[in-house]
Design a protein around this ligand. Structure first.
Ligand SMILES: [Cu+2]
Length: 118
């Protein structure tokens, strides 16, 4: 009986895992809600700098598809930039590779920027 229960419990755990992986979007995250707030999700992308606003610490980027837990379609948009990123190293027209994450408020932040050299 004990063994059978363990087997059933394991099957349940596996089916939850498979079901969760197969479902895109919110249902998958209900299981991980407890850790979601502290866990950093990030995404990797490439793009071209359109504008740098050093006062507001924002940059405008035309980016391609962003891959990773944080996915994004290609678009032109403004990002806030993390304090550790040196904005002086960025200029209009520069091709870059970047890493984004979401802050505690759910806003996108650029965590890292590298020149995208051929
Ligand atoms: Cu975007």
């Amino acid at each position: 009986m004990k063994t059978r229960f363990a087997r059933v419990a394991m099957c349940a755990a596996i089916s939850i895992g498979i079901g969760g992986a197969a479902v895109q979007g919110a249902p998958r995250y209900t299981l991980a809600q407890a850790t979601e707030k502290t866990e950093k999700t990030s995404g990797q992308g490439e793009g071209v700098v359109r504008a740098v606003d050093a006062d507001e610490r924002r940059i405008m980027i035309t980016h391609g598809p962003v891959a990773g837990p944080l996915e994004m379609s290609p678009m032109t948009m403004a990002f806030r930039v993390a304090p550790n990123v040196d904005l002086a190293s960025l200029s209009k027209g520069m091709k870059i590779k970047f890493t984004i994450s979401r802050d505690a408020k759910g806003l996108y932040v650029i965590e890292d920027v590298r020149p995208d050299k051929p």
